[in-house]
Write a protein that binds this ligand. Sequence first.
Ligand code: ATP
Length: 260
Amino acid sequence: MSLVIDDVRFSYGKHLVLDGVSLEVQEGTFCALLGPNGSGKSTLTKVVAGVHRPASGGVRFRGDDVLGLGRRAHARLIGYVPQSAEVPFDLTVREAVLLGRTPHFGIGPGRADWERVDEAIGLLGLEELEGRSISQLSGGQAQRVLVARAIAQDTRVLLLDEPTSALDLRYQIETLQLVRQITRSHGITALIAIHDLNHAGRFCDQAVLLHRGRIQRAGTPAEAFDEAALADIYGLDVTVEERDGYVEVRPVVHELELQR
Ligand SMILES: Nc1ncnc2c1ncn2[C@@H]1O[C@H](COP(=O)(O)OP(=O)(O)OP(=O)(O)O)[C@@H](O)[C@H]1O
């Protein structure tokens, strides 16, 4: 039982961005997508989210084709947290989180929908902001609303595209802990595009390193974070050590020699 990405190729015009990406993520696994800027992480999450249609290859969940699903069925199966989202009209935080419930209800939300909304607002610590207009939120607050919306959507798969990039340290940790916890408690499969190798090493079960649209290494973080491979992919020397049971990656920083 797993999410399978099978030999996906995708181009923007003539620019090939995903060059035969294959990946299997078991149910209940928290998987990190890592790699330098422009390596294809966002594009891969967008393909799985149904935003982009691949030129070839497929995505399956529990053996069923995901990309052929209608919009509503897809949204009941897969939740997606984009890097940022524009909402065409102004909403309160609570209304924005309710948008996550639209694949589940008919004419209007029922009590169970509002319960899920309130639960997600509580999980993301947004209670004090719930009546606030989303146009008045800080970047990090808006990012937490997007995560709450996806959690309220109550899907089997959760895709998160750099959901912690605007969060302060406490909310970064809390959000990653929350996602890890729901993968454990609800058997949800989560795929997160993230830059911080150490956060991935601390919270994720599986790590996938993308470079120029291809997977270079995959496995547990300890397996994937190979010093030579990371140096090659990022163009920077690093050391990898185990600390308190987790892998820790540190850049080797050479002082810049500035020309006078
Ligand atoms: N809408 C677009 N049109 C054309 N090219 C795009 C588009 N979006 C992304 N690209 C290009 O595709 C490549 C992969 O981009 P993508 O956003 O998937 O990378 P990423 O690994 O998520 O990068 P980052 O870490 O900077 O967010 C890049 O070269 C980028 O310039």
